[in-house]
Design a protein around this ligand. Structure first.
Ligand code: ADP
Ligand code: ZN
Length: 621
């Protein structure tokens, strides 16, 4: 590049934007554009993508056309540019016809260095006539992932961008930017926008100062209050999935004296603006909001982002969580998950208004992909691997297995060789004819003497009792892992049956070694101090659970054992589960029963725990 251009580049960075140095990724993108090479920048929110096209726009002759879908952002950008003395304008649906004409007229006269347009405008005849004769210095596509049906915000109007660029008499250099793109979406952007041999800059999504955690609390509000108590004075955002939740949480916080503001689409523009200001100026340290809040907001001292509900995909989650810790200080991203969040999101996906304009076939496709993304988000909440690693892998990176700064990495894991265990399990599944569910397979391997096992001749299997010293929890964990990794699969018309999966041969005959991360098993004496309670649990708890079972059974007019058997209650007394996941480990508790009775039983157990904690406090004092 000519020396003068290089000097100009630094001069403008300082003069117009007020910065001394380029940030990671900015310079190669700017250089490419200045050399008339197409460019694609995939950089996290807040990394400074705007300068990558604004600066070259000022060095090139002609008007830079910036295509952006976000009307409010456009306005902010243009105002900021004007403040810096750059002639800029925008064309979108917020303008009156007169304003619109006036902007077009000035644009025709070449008065602007940068002109923002909404993608829908490209097809308007008035705009096309103007564009045909306009000497554009470059075309820049912001939020470029919107072009892909694999992306989370697919916009059909983005598909018109490529034909538009190709219709221009002289093709200007084209660049595209996005903050989130899976490898699939990245490929789509290049293809569907027709980028020619672009300079691709991918700065990586890892935000090292963010800590990730997922909780599945019985009572979200209580957990939230507890989290807030741990960080008074600090600024944070609480994201809720619905306006109703925002209102409820906001009221609960205000009622307890927390300085909280709220933000959702049901409020007037003025109210929203005011609340946003209060938060930005730190007059209210907590913002309770739906995902409508945050676009283009650059508040650096947000030290936590708590999700009161699970978002519908990882893209949204990471973008929202990523609003924490912009100042580089340690910040926490905590997601409060419940099974209901999955149901709510499914509903939102089925009834998405923005998809109604799509053709039926495309709409179904988009919906299916949204469901797929929801599954990935749900898996995140259940994942026991490194949470940061999970997110980064989702975006196509290859992070190390441990980050040391997420909940899962901090809990103690051990990498266990499960090859032999897997061989035993797979071989039993195969030899017993792929007819049984997890429970019977587990019982057989552990050598259960139950009548059912004998009746089904499972005690005659060579693997019968071979894993008697493996705990049921661990055995179930291993089976779950084998299902996730496709060594096993679950299917069946009437009830779920374990069958060999496509990968099973590798372990049975291919000599493949299998390892998985397992939570280190606690030495038993630490789990329960008294031997008698360790074996059968606290009889007082057992009585409480029995009474609860009776109430539930009576109200539904079914026999008590239909709710849970005595054995299941006894196991609950031993395990004392604190959340749905732990409750599921109790034999006799499947997903259906968890749905129906889980909450009531967890509540009872929690109640019991709190009372007995209070009791031992009294004794000690
Ligand atoms: P993005 O579009 O990637 O989300 P922005 O372009 O809005 O990010 O930039 C985020 C913030 O970073 C803005 O306040 C911007 O002024 C600032 N910024 C951009 N480039 C630099 C730089 N080279 N040095 C310091 N700050 C920068
Ligand atoms: Zn981790």
């Amino acid at each position: 590049m000519a020396e003068s251009t290089t000097q100009d580049k630094y001069r403008l960075l300082k003069q117009v934007f007020g910065y001394e140095h380029f940030r990671e990724g900015q310079e190669p993108l700017i250089d490419a554009i200045l050399q008339n090479r197409d460019a694609l920048g995939i950089m996290p929110t807040g990394s400074g993508k705007s300068i990558c096209y604004q600066l070259p726009a000022l060095l090139k002759t002609g008007t830079a056309l910036v295509i952006s879908p976000l009307i409010s952002l456009m306005k902010d950008q243009v105002e900021a540019l004007r403040e810096e003395g750059v002639r800029a304008a925008y064309l979108n649906s917020s303008l009156t016809p007169v304003q619109h004409q006036s902007v077009l007229q000035k644009a025709r006269a070449g008065e602007y260095r940068i002109l923002y347009v909404a993608p829908e405008r490209l097809q308007a005849p008035g705009f096309q006539t103007f564009a045909a004769g306009a000497p554009f210095s470059m075309v820049c596509v912001d939020e470029a992932h919107c072009v892909s049906q694999w992306g989370q915000d697919f916009r059909p109007s983005y598909l018109a961008i490529r034909p538009f660029i190709e219709s221009l008499s002289c093709r200007p250099v084209t660049c595209a930017f996005t903050a989130t793109a899976t490898p699939q979406v990245r490929a789509d952007i290049i293809e569907l926008l027709g980028l020619q041999n672009p300079e691709v800059v991918f700065t990586g999504f890892d935000r090292k100062n963010l800590y990730f955690e997922v909780r599945q609390p019985k009572n979200k509000l209580e957990t939230l209050l507890q989290l807030l108590q741990e960080r008074p004075e600090q600024s944070g955002i609480i994201y809720c999935s619905t306006r109703k939740n925002v209102e409820a949480v906001w009221e609960a916080l205000c009622g307890r004296g927390y300085p909280a503001a709220r933000y959702h689409a049901g409020m007037s523009d003025r109210e929203r603006q005011e609340n946003q200001e209060l938060f930005l100026r730190d007059e209210r340290s907590i913002m309770v909001a739906t995902n409508a809040f945050g676009m283009g907001i650059d508040k650096s001292n947000v030290s936590y982002v708590i999700h009161y509900n699970m978002p519908k995909n990882i893209e949204n989650y990471y973008q929202e969580a990523g609003r924490a810790g912009r100042d580089g200080q340690p910040a926490r991203c905590i997601l409060l998950y419940s099974g209901q969040d999955v149901v709510t999101n499914q509903f939102l996906i089925e009834h998405a208004a923005e998809n109604e304009e799509l053709e039926e076939k495309t709409r179904l496709l988009v919906q299916e992909r949204e469901r797929e993304r929801l599954r990935a988000m749900t898996f995140y909440c259940h994942s026991r691997e490194c949470l940061r690693g999970y997110i980064l892998r989702y975006f196509g990176e290859k992070p190390p297995p441990y980050c040391g700064s997420c909940q899962n990495c901090l809990q103690h894991y051990e990498q266990a060789d499960i090859t032999i265990d897997a061989q035993k399990i797979l071989s039993l599944v195969k030899r017993s004819g792929e007819r049984f569910g997890t429970k019977l397979i587990v019982d057989t391997l552990r050598g259960s003497k139950s009548e059912r096992i004998r009746r089904l001749h499972l005690d005659e299997q060579t693997t019968y009792g071979l894993m008697h010293d493996t705990s049921e929890t661990r055995l179930r964990e291993i089976i779950q892992f084998l299902v996730m990794e496709e060594y096993l699969q679950v299917s069946g018309e009437e009830y779920p049956v374990l069958r060999l999966g496509p990968q099973a041969r590798q372990v049975l005959f291919g000599g493949r070694q299998l390892t998985m991360k397992l939570i280190k098993e606690q030495p038993p004496e630490k789990k329960a101090p008294e031997k008698s309670t360790q074996e059968s649990g606290d009889p007082a708890l057992f009585e409480r659970l029995r009474a609860l079972r009776k109430r539930l059974a009576d109200s539904q007019k079914v026999p008590a054992y239909i709710v849970f058997t005595d054995a299941a209650l006894r196991e609950m007394c031993v395990r004392v589960p604190k959340n749905s996941y732990e409750l599921l480990q109790v034999s006799g508790v499947g997903h259906a029963k968890l749905e129906r009775y889980g909450e009531a039983f967890l509540e009872e157990i929690n109640d019991y725990l709190q009372q007995s904690a209070g009791y031992s406090e009294t004794i000690k004092s």
